[in-house]
Design a protein around this ligand. Sequence first.
Ligand code: COI
Length: 355
Amino acid sequence: MTQEITFIQREQLKAKPDPASLGFGKYFTDYMFVMDYHTDNGWHNARIVPYGPLTLDPSSMVFHYGQAIFEGMKAYKTPDGEVQLFRPDKNMKRLNDSCDRLCIPQIDGEFLLKAIKQLVTVEKDWVPEGAGQSLYIRPFIYASEAGLGVHPAHQYTLLVIMSPSGAYYGDQLNPVNIYVEEHYVRAVLGGVGHVKTSGNYAASLKAQEKAEANGYAQILWLDAKENKYVEEVGSMNIFFKINGEVVTPKLNGSILPGVTRDSVIQILKHWGEPVREERISIEEVFAAYERGELEEVFGAGTAAVISPVGELTWNGKTIVINDRKIGQTSQRLYDGITGIQLGKLEDPFNWTVKV
Ligand code: COI
């Protein structure tokens, strides 16, 4: 795709938020990237325009049948003031995997990455520099065709919006409490759990609301068939350190293949630490706790980074992990991954890409 990216300047730039109160996904930068698709002429009209509201026909198919997908990635400021991305090729690939599953036309990942770099360059001043902060990048695509017939749309819009953000769960390394859901399910085999479609998140809200009302930060989802095997948290993948070995559920078609998940596995292997991807039941996790072998539990995700778990509740029983303190492996992984992302540590994997 060799199309030009048009730039439309805004009249006045926004005031920047207080870096001390960024939170996650609350503030948005001055500009956004937009591109349209129609079956007649493919992806076209690539443009960087002032961030602002969209006008949509009320019958736009996304509102009715949910053809919508997204990605999550981040831009980081390095100590020498440069800005870099982390494994953006993985996000481009996963975006196309999501497109494929939702019958959305493929995008040219190289072109989109070029557009994202251009957008980040325009918004360089929005990349925060505080501890645990970065510029969260949210590419997304929705069916913009007007009409109520159920079929893959002929018209789509792709946008990239960006938000200077801090930790996803309040205080980054403060362990979170997690509730193991036994009634509702997140995803079924053959469904859409392995891609990033908006409906997965909508389907999780009921259980999430119940968990939050009971003082939990997140849900740990079990498999939909037997309600037995651990899947993921929804905003992050999950890892258990049992008797010196790190275990994470094997990708099975209903778990999201997280970029941070893959990075954790590769880093652990690089360090020579034992790590296994395999089906693990929640019963086994609680049994490991009873044997005194459950050393650490942590989540890994783009927004969540490495997020230690302090408590797990399942079947009316609550277990406290590592005295509600961040474990050694979680801390080492957090330091290792953020060190590479922020350009403070050597990047032996060539994961970072300068903007
Ligand atoms: C991300 O980590 O980028 C995600 O998309 C998870 C989202 C729930 C914040």
